[in-house]
Design a protein around this ligand. Structure first.
Ligand code: PAF
Length: 285
């Protein structure tokens, strides 16, 4: 496994790999790798990628003032070990200066999809995500890139970005990996105290209640939101949103025709967690 810190070297490596006949798979990450990230690597292998690149970069552009940029877990040695044991070929670990050298002045904004849900509570977040993802895509070049469905809005936004800017990249969406009790895997779960960790299952309990009601025929967004909200209200300190939206446009809907995204963001102490389910498409264990 090769660890690469320079953007040009990473770009050259990916290009050479393709010239040698490799089908490149790419997993962008901010490190603090967990089973959810490893599932992204596995998904790329399963769809035929023969050379896997992972980037590890805590992107300052996507953190707002007062967010957790400084305390975001940085576990590079363990991350490299995890990549190695999963057979990753190249790990790109740039510095902030390498990604955003002096004079860097381009921002990428995906309108519409960026504005609701997370966008309302994290202004500027998706502009930071779109900008770094666009730059990473430009470096990796033609490939398949895996994104987790836990960050559903991010996934939709990246799909839009690829289509609008004609990146020669196929996005591979990957199902959320959950702990045994249902909690969605997240690097931010590390912030939770043991007591908070127990309460954190409130979100998945809410999602399950809504899935169950949906399966019994409930189609009113307000009713499903209320069912999902109750366990979150009981176990979290604050709720940012519990929302049923159209899974493509992410616009609020009143009644579900076929499918809908039910998305939740809530806070326990200093930790903000998000999770979701697509009603009419997935079941939760
Ligand atoms: O999902 C993440 O870890 C980040 O938002 C990403 C896609 C690596 C961009 O920094």
């Amino acid at each position: 496994m090769e660890v690469i810190c320079k953007a040009k070297a990473f770009q050259r490596t990916c290009e050479e790999a393709r010239q040698k006949g490799k089908s490149v798979g790419f997993v962008p990450t901010m490190g603090a790798l967990h089973a959810g990230h490893l599932a992204l690597i596995d998904a790329l292998r399963a769809c035929g990628c023969t050379g896997i690149a992972v980037s590890i970069f805590v992107n300052p552009l996507q953190f707002g003032p007062g967010e957790d940029l400084d305390r975001y877990p940085r576990t590079l040695d363990a991350d490299l070990e995890a990549c190695k044991s999963r057979g990753v070929d190249w790990v790109f670990v740039p510095s902030v200066e390498e990604m955003y050298p002096a004079g860097f002045s381009t921002k990428v904004r995906v309108e519409g999809l960026s504005e609701g849900l997370e966008g309302r509570f994290r202004p500027g977040h998706f502009e930071g995500v779109a900008t770094v993802v666009a730059k990473l895509f430009a470096l990796v070049g033609p490939c398949r890139a895996a994104f987790g469905r836990k960050d559903y809005q991010q996934l939709r936004l990246v799909e839009r970005l690829v289509e609008d800017l004609a990146f020669p990249i196929e996005i591979v969406p990957v199902r959320t990996v959950r702990e045994a009790d249902g909690l969605a895997m997240s690097s931010r779960n590390r912030y939770l105290s043991p007591e908070e960790r127990k309460r954190a299952t409130g979100i998945v309990r809410g999602l399950r209640a809504a899935v169950e009601a949906f399966e019994k025929g409930e189609r009113l967004a307000k009713s499903l939101e209320a069912l999902a909200r109750a366990p979150v209200e009981a176990s979290f300190d604050a709720i940012d949103y519990v929302a049923v939206v159209d899974p493509k446009s992410l616009q609020p809907i009143d009644r579900i025709e076929e499918k809908a995204l039910l998305a939740v963001a809530a806070r326990i102490g200093q930790t903000r967690l998000i999770d979701n389910v697509v009603l009419g498409e997935e079941r939760l264990l």
